[in-house]
Write a protein that binds this ligand. Structure first.
Ligand SMILES: Nc1ncnc2c1ncn2[C@@H]1O[C@H](COP(=O)(O)OP(=O)(O)OP(=O)(O)O)[C@@H](O)[C@H]1O
Length: 404
């Protein structure tokens, strides 16, 4: 028997599904971020008067609107400068360079990428083989040659690693005919504190925190997307409220809330339903969570995975928060199942810090007084079943037998 077209073209749900594209779609208005917009705008304002820009440090958890707000304000800044120039004949020469540092894991790589952004395509430098001092000299030459004000946005700047030379250099640029402002954006709360003091003082002249969204704020964000991307009768308050509540309970991330709503819309569309129901949202939440956990696990080193697996097992057994010593035993069993020798307990702690950094685990530092000393306890930050499910599909470890 031949089957018909495998594609579903139901138009019951979406009027514009792209509105739910978290990476590609920039909303015309950002809601529930008024305070951050005001603070951020006042930090950028000097540029509009032709004065030296501030260095700005933006921090907050994933999906809290740091990138979206930055893009929104820089767009306004460009527009206002163009208007000023037209109205008052002032000439403010603004250049903006936006770099996502996710794949740029050292000062050197960031500096080379910046240099290449400033140079034309025929004059690019290779990513290896130059002395760092040459790269910085060329970078400052290019900035001087560009003139005016250059704003450099370094998104996900915490990837720079331990050597923060590029930040030090950018905070004290050796330029005469131009001015430079750096906007650093980070998810990692400890990154700022770990910067060397001289970098911190200059890079973090203005600091703006983006807190996680509350459920009612996520509802408004979703309502805005729904109004622009869903048929009027394809959604109701209940499906929006449930998507918002799930995302708020987890990380308070707008990205997650929008992902859940889009996924729920897709499920409804495939079922040829007229409306998105709470059951669709429920199913969508599972899919989004699984996708997120698998993606995060995929990026871990083998022993990062074993550490996570051990922590998920402990969580499922009700043994979390757990101390390193106890977790080390479970980790040993997981390693055994992979026919791998366990690393030292210090190395396990390093892997657990990495899990903490990407939001898979939380470290609690405890102080048990003089007798007990200081110690750390670990907790899983995502659903244990999701982690175990992801391992079951991505590798063949039988977790049921890993309890100590
Ligand atoms: N206040 C808001 N109003 C409307 N949409 C928002 C708002 N905040 C975030 N979003 C949307 O949520 C998604 C994630 O936001 P964004 O990328 O700005 O988060 P982020 O804080 O930079 O997170 P990450 O650190 O993970 O990159 C984007 O699609 C963005 O448009």
């Amino acid at each position: 028997m031949t089957r018909g077209s495998p594609f579903t073209t139901s138009q019951n749900i979406f009027t514009d599904r792209d509105v739910f594209d978290v990476e590609g779609f920039q909303p015309a208005e950002l809601i529930e971020r008024e305070d951050q917009i005001d603070e951020y705008a006042s930090a950028l304002e000097p540029v509009l008067n032709g004065w030296n820009p501030n260095n700005i440090f933006i921090y907050g958890k994933t999906g809290t609107g740091k990138t979206a707000t930055t893009q929104y304000l820089l767009e306004w800044l460009r527009k206002d400068i163009a208007e000023h120039t037209a109205e008052h004949g002032t000439d403010i020469d603004l250049s903006i360079i936006y770099l996502n540092c996710e794949a740029l894991t050292s000062s050197y790589q960031i500096a080379v990428e910046l240099l290449n952004e400033l140079r034309d395509e025929h004059n690019q430098v290779a990513t290896r083989g130059h002395a760092p001092s040459d790269i910085y000299n060329w970078l400052f030459e290019e900035l001087d040659a560009t003139g005016g004000v250059t704003l450099v946005v370094l998104d996900e700047i915490d990837n720079v690693g331990e050597d923060d030379t590029v930040l030090y250099k950018l905070a004290r640029p050796e330029i005469e005919d131009a001015t430079l402002g750096v906007i650093g954006i980070s998810n990692d709360f400890s990154f700022r504190d770990e910067l060397s003091a001289k970098v911190r003082d200059s890079l973090c002249e203005k600091e703006i925190l983006f807190p996680a969204y509350e459920s009612d704020e996520l509802r408004e964000i979703l309502r805005q997307r729904a109004e622009n991307g869903l048929r009027e009768d394809a959604y109701d308050n209940a499906s929006i409220a449930l998507s918002a509540a799930y995302a708020a309970q987890d990380k308070g991330s707008a990205r997650q809330a929008i992902d859940i709503m889009r996924e729920a819309g897709d499920i409804a569309r495939r079922e040829d339903a007229e409306t998105i129901t709470e059951a669709h949202v429920e199913a969508a939440k599972g899919i989004v969570e699984r996708g997120r956990v698998s993606e995060m696990i995929g990026g871990l080193s083998p022993h990062g995975k074993y550490a996570l697996h051990a922590l998920a097992t402990a969580d499922r057994e009700g043994e979390t928060p757990i101390r390193t010593k106890d977790l080390y035993e479970i980790y040993g069993i997981v390693c055994d199942q992979h026919a791998t020798d366990p690393l030292s307990d210090r190395a396990l702690r390093d892997h657990l810090s990495e899990l903490d950094l990407i939001g898979l685990a939380t470290i609690n530092r405890k102080n048990a007084g003089r007798a007990g000393g200081k110690y750390k306890q670990y907790e899983l930050d995502v659903n244990a079943e999701r982690v175990i499910e992801a391992f079951a599909t991505t590798d063949s470890v039988d977790v049921s037998s890993t309890s100590p």
